[in-house]
Design a protein. Sequence first.
Length: 100
Amino acid sequence: MEFQELKAFVARHDNFEIRVIGHAGSRFYQVELEDVEGQRHMLTRAAKPILFRSLDDVYLELKRAGIHRAYLVQQVPHDEMIGREAHYQDPLTSRMPLVF
């Protein structure tokens, strides 16, 4: 989902979740939108996922789109290695609310 598409989606809908995804061992973050139907859309630029160097960069970009809440999700390779499904919807296990 390109930035302009994200901005238009936010203006038309109010039932979605924004996730800021960090990967263990990486300093970069990605932004993902999950809509009410469960479809996930990665924030892209020129059809390539956008990588942010800091949470401040993420906050600025999301504020420009009119978003002021998100969840920080830390993906841990251990879950993938043992074949366990990550449970990002569990409120206190895998994600942390962000308000900016």
